[in-house]
Ligand binder design. Structure first.
Ligand SMILES: NC(=O)C1=CN([C@@H]2O[C@H](COP(=O)(O)OP(=O)(O)OC[C@H]3O[C@@H](n4cnc5c(N)ncnc54)[C@H](OP(=O)(O)O)[C@@H]3O)[C@@H](O)[C@H]2O)C=CC1
Ligand SMILES: O=C(O)C1=N[C@H](C(=O)O)C[C@H](O)C1
Length: 259
């Protein structure tokens, strides 16, 4: 077990990528390679040894793997004193508590977990949370490429929870809905009382619409990622930030507020 790995201020940050042959991991490797202040020192995928990351002296790991793999990866990083930036989905409240528990034994280590690294997507979630208290109805429609493994998306789940919190604070009850669900699933899934619909279609990358309604008006807040490069500014920001942000940070909001 090591303390958090600290580099010298002027040295490039040494970065390891997990899931490096995947759609996001490959994009992250290209993005890190394209900077002057970050060094890609390890690119690890399924079947490779995690120890390659430590052997290469990585100070930060970026994980875009699968919900099944991510917890073991993260546990290993924290034990090794390696900071982690995680985009992989599947983070329930229970999982986040588990990560906080691991980190309590490693005070210098930082972990950033974000359901969506797209700056526009982060703003879409913030705008949706802000709008929530003014509308009696709300539904989320997320749309993704058909090779996505999970539904609903991490972004939709995060958005639904933020909207539900805002509605509860405003004293709003359940959204009006007299419909009888004659075919199971016809009204989508329900997350903290918010309906979420997941669309999968070839040609899509990652898209989300939040539809609000009240008497005589609707408001639609929509974000589209047409290319995975859209996530890279957020990923690079998180890599640069996590080394001076011990503990668990969930979402990109605090990092954007830092400047
Ligand atoms: N937060 C955000 O902004 C974003 C999050 N995501 C999320 O990121 C995750 C990855 O998405 P995407 O890149 O599209 O998926 P891919 O399936 O393209 O990539 C995942 C990669 O991880 C590999 N892998 C699986 N297990 C391990 C392991 N134990 N160690 C190392 N590598 C492993 C897979 O290998 P193999 O194929 O051989 O199993 C694959 O190459 C998903 O959870 C997705 O929802 C995606 C986009 C943006
Ligand atoms: O799998 C994807 O592609 C994406 N996953 C994340 C999610 O589940 O929210 C982020 C983005 O929507 C792309």
């Amino acid at each position: 077990m090591r303390e958090a790995l600290d580099g010298k201020p002027d040295e490039p940050i040494r970065v390891g990528v997990l899931g490096a042959r995947g759609r996001m991991g490959a994009e992250v490797c290209r993005a890190v390679d394209g900077t002057d202040d970050l060094d890609l020192v390890a690119a690890v995928d399924e079947g490779d040894e995690l120890s390659a990351v430590a052997d290469a002296g990585a100070r930060v790991v970026v994980d875009f793997t699968t919900p099944d793999a991510v917890m073991d990866n993260l546990r290993w990083c924290v034990d090794q004193g390696i900071h982690a930036v995680v985009g992989t989905t599947g983070f329930t409240g229970q999982r986040l508590d588990q990560v906080r528990d691991w980190l309590s034994d490693r005070p210098g280590v930082g972990v950033v977990i974000a359901p969506n690294f797209g700056i526009g997507a982060v703003l879409m979630m913030q705008f949706a949370a802000r709008a929530a208290r003014f509308f009696e109805s709300v539904e989320i429609i997320e749309q993704h490429h058909p090779r996505k493994l999970d539904a609903p998306s991490g972004t939709a789940t995060y958005t639904a929870r933020a909207i539900a919190r805002a509605r509860a604070e405003a004293g709003l009850g359940p959204a009006p809905d007299a419909t009888k669900d004659e075919v199971p699933g016809a009204r989508g899934a329900e997350i903290d009382g918010v309906r979420v619909h997941a669309v999968r279609a070839a040609g899509l990358v990652a898209h989300q619409e939040v539809l609000f309604g009240t008497t005589g008006e609707t408001l639609t807040i929509r974000h589209d990622s047409y290319d995975r490069v859209s996530f890279m500014p957020g990923v690079l920001l998180a890599v640069r930030s996590v080394v001076r942000r011990p503990g668990l940070t969930v979402g990109l909001d605090a990092l954007l507020d830092d400047g």
